[in-house]
Design a protein around this ligand. Structure first.
Ligand code: OGA
Ligand code: MN
Length: 218
């Protein structure tokens, strides 16, 4: 029996771990407490207003570059500076523990950033970790947008690891929805959004996080 954080749905936690084992990816709606999602959404809005978000790039170390044609979000790394951040990280700690017990993944660190996609932005199809580097093992995304309309765009598309052209799912970025997948194998994409889109992207790793500043493989 996994003891869950009070801010995380325990039934959903079991389903999530099972989905990850069976398919390599899974989605849970209402995974994180609505009040915590709202607090995180407000914090991201506040960070944006204070100009504390930075354009996200691609590649690590010397290869790092801004490519708005590939990825259009602005980010802020979680650093435990607020209670909502600490509560979310505590919930991810519970998930990490469950993954280690059920999947023997040997995960021992979690890094995450807020992400704001302005209208018109997207993130082209990619995987989050390159085979062999084995830094990011399990990817997570929590959405923070209350009442996302059907025509809002900004869905995350998930593709078949064995047939990367085949789309398996399209996930609306509604507050509380949580997606989890194996970082090396599952191609995914953020479709162009029509509305400002708020989320937290996070990764469980096997080694120390350098928050993208230095290539840990070098
Ligand atoms: C990422 C990513 C997906 C999303 O940040 O690497 O794929 O739905 N995000 O925000
Ligand atoms: Mn990704």
């Amino acid at each position: 029996m996994i003891s869950a954080s009070p801010l995380l749905d325990p039934t959903a936690l079991t389903g999530l771990v099972d989905g990850l084992v069976e398919h390599g990816w899974c989605v849970a709606e209402g995974f994180i407490d609505p009040a915590l999602c709202l607090a995180l959404q407000r914090e991201l809005a506040d960070l944006a207003q204070r100009d504390a978000l930075r354009a996200a790039g691609i590649g690590r170390g010397d290869a790092h570059e801004l490519r708005r044609d590939i990825r259009g979000d602005a980010i802020h790394w979680l650093n435990r500076e607020s209670l909502p951040q600490r509560q979310y990280l505590a919930a991810m700690d519970t998930l990490q523990h469950a993954l280690n017990i059920e999947l023997y993944l040997g995960l021992f660190e979690f890094e995450a950033h807020f992400a704001h996609y302005p209208p018109g932005s997207f993130y082209q199809k990619h995987v989050d970790s390159f085979r062999g580097r084995a830094n990011r093992v399990v990817s997570t995304v929590l959405y923070l947008n209350p009442d996302w309309p059907a025509d809002g765009g900004g869905e995350m598309a998930i593709f078949d690891p064995a047939a990367p052209e085949r789309e398996l799912a399209r996930i609306r970025p509604t507050a509380g929805t949580f997606v989890c997948f194996l970082s090396e194998t599952v191609p995914h994409e953020v479709l162009p959004t029509r509305l400002p889109r708020a989320s937290i992207a996070g990764w469980f790793r096997r080694n120390a996080s350098l928050n993208g500043l230095v290539d840990p493989a070098r």
